[in-house]
Ligand binder design. Sequence first.
Ligand code: EPU
Length: 336
Amino acid sequence: MKIQQNISLKNYNTFGIDVTAKRFVSVDSVYQLKQLLKTEKDIFLISGGSNMLLTKNIEKLVVHIDIKGISIDNEDDNNAYITVNAGENWHEFVLWSVSQNYGGIENLSLIPGNVGTCPIQNIGAYGVEVKDIITKVEALEIATQKLNTFSNQDCNFEYRNSIFKNEVKGKYIITAVCFKLTKKHHKLNTSYGAIETELASKKIEKPTLKNISDAVIAIRKSKLPDPKVIGNSGSFFKNPVINKEAFLALQKKYPNIPSYIISENERKVPAGWLIEKAGFKGKRFGDFGVHEKQALVLVNYGNASGKDIYQLAEKIQQTILEQFKITLEIEVNIIQ
Ligand code: EPU
């Protein structure tokens, strides 16, 4: 465990923003992390770097969580109970599960980032959220270096939200996540329109876990930019929930507006649709812009700064507020 000086973080964040860490250290075990925390408390954590926008150099010690390992804790006829260390790549874990015929996370294929950060924003896609298969989260308390276990209930999971973004934010480092996956009678979730269409186009009637994973990979590749090619952080904003009256008024003006029913009085509308309607889709301003195939994704074409991208996000928020009277909430962590 060696503390390095003046390290570029460009390869440690999927937006590919080139800021510098004054001091940087990579840790590959809980033991190393505990040792480090005895003397260093003012730290900045980085894991997969897939949900952050860095807008300035980092003065604190940057701690890169690189704790690897997957273990099967227990198995019965129907389920496998698996612990995955925080530094494992999420998509590789999904592919491994699918190859073992363990079901539950196939719809979450190709989501960037590491396993340790998946509970923080309760990653979700195509009708599945990670809260549906997490049994518990293990995390180290920074102040005491004690390992704590958060049960699924303790995590207070909500849409793109959890206790780790609220009450205990900045107080814990997630070291491992435990999952309950199915070994048979898989609960396949193909109801999301794009998956059904993709499977139908391949004439697949009885899909396997692999078929679903492949379908999700194909859909994501067709819409979302690969961070290795074009810097991005997935959805930049959350899909807003508005009240039914406001929605009906919008629908009168825009009869084709997509929506999802949240409750009797609430409707969720896709932020990507609003941003497209406001004319931002595919707009490029020098080295940054709005992705041409999915307006919810802001992109870095090369050497954009975090400030450039943040300013664009604010411009989009202001336009959506003026045009639709809807406040768009940013999903990505802005580091400023
Ligand atoms: N739409 C547009 N224009 C766009 C983008 C979307 O009109 O530029 C419309 C689509 O036609 C569709 C609706 O909006 O009717 C929903 O679009 P899509 O299925 O692409 O999903 P989304 O609501 O934009 C959410 C998640 C994604 C996740 C997909 C699939 C959020 C903030 N985003 O996007 O998550 O992959 O559903 O489940 O909830 C992420 O969080 O990084 C992410 C990519």
